[in-house]
Design a binder for this molecule. Sequence first.
Ligand code: CO
Length: 496
Amino acid sequence: MSNEPIVFNNTVLRDGHQSLAATRMRTEQMLPALGLLDDLRFGALETWGGATIDACLRYLHENPFDRLSELKKGTPKTPHMMLLRGQNLVQYTSFPDDVVTAFVKCSVSRGMDIFRIFDALNDTRNLTVAIQAVHEAGKHAQGVICYTTSPVHTMDSFIRLGEELEEMGSDSVCVKDMAGLITPSASYELIKALKKRLKVPVVLHTHSTVGMGAAAYFAAIEAGAEAIDTSIAPFANGTGQPDTLLMQKMLDYSPRKPAYNEKKLHALRRHFDGVYEELSAFTSPSNERVDSDILVYQVPGGMLSNFRNQLKEQKMSDRLDQVMEEIPFVREQLGWIPLVTPTSQIVGTQAMLNVKFGPWKMLSQPAMDILLGKYGKTPGPVNAERRKQAEKQAGQNAIEGRPADFLEPRMPQLRKELTERDLPETDEMAVLYAMFPQELVKVMKGPPPVAETPPQRTPVKEVPASVSGETSRYRMTVNGTAYEVAVEDRGNGERA
Ligand code: CO
């Protein structure tokens, strides 16, 4: 086993505030911390990707590429790392290969060094183009194993996935436990096995949501992991990563204890205390505490809190247990997809619809897309009858191939649309426009927004949109994305 000091990557500028303050930290609140962050010589600073690009445009009126440049300028000694959802970039649907390649190139030109690339279904076909683009730009591609628990997600399946990621050319492999569900013993077993099989470095990313994060990291370090992700309190612990100081202290007497300067860590803490205060409209006590309910329900913390609001809106608060019991059945029929954005919302919403209208009487659009193979290959097979139902409702057959193979190149069209809207037809504008058209136009052309009101913590709204003939249509909003769901009326008042 390695006795080298463990490397900490720092997540305060991305996952830290995404997990604990709804991704609302502004660039100006980050800038004063950059000198200290750079001096600490973390393995990498996670500064971009995930929900930060969306939040920059949607809520903060910032150009996300300009943020990256500014952060890079302030931390020239430390590699920058970003979270990339493979073919989905930083959105929820597949983009054509030329858009993926352009996005990676633009990010590199603004200073990105390490791309942590994942697919919500662990379908590696959705990672190949991004990995290739990163390598063409001479940068580091980190392949990701999304960790989840289900009958088809065995230790062996994760190890095989790790081997596949290495064969595909990943420069390192990250076990990404977005829900904080990995137990210390599972962490030890998995990291140990990966260290035995792989030549590339292995990293663990987890959250303290359930209360096991720091212990899972400790076990990973004992098992020989090269790096872990930590954050800076108060943008740490709870639904975020364990705090850096805590994690370092935990390694007293361990040969792998690193030597990050504690005075500088304290100073950072003081800065971020102030920022946390400034963002109080977006922080919440329920994100700060360990939630044992999650252990009972076996779903990610973020999903559970979203869910309580969703059920309240539907006047179904008293049916939480029933909906939670429905979740494993929904997951099974959808091929045991991991519960991570966006699949957690898809499964949760479908479970709610099943309880409200009867099992599979109403199929949401995204659940239908999963069944049609539009997100990629599911970890287990989807239920055949459900697939038929989806094909009938959509009027098309399921696809077996890589989803992006069905998409035409889009960069020329995007540039044309930018010109029509009198926006600069650069690649940066094109990739942002592909993902967030309205938000980008607002940032580029609209007046600065007035002070923002706190986010609505009610992700699903359902309103009868129209009732025509035999089919009722419902509009639903899942985490800001609107979907329309069709429900056929069987004539006896029952919905099919
Ligand atoms: Co995370």
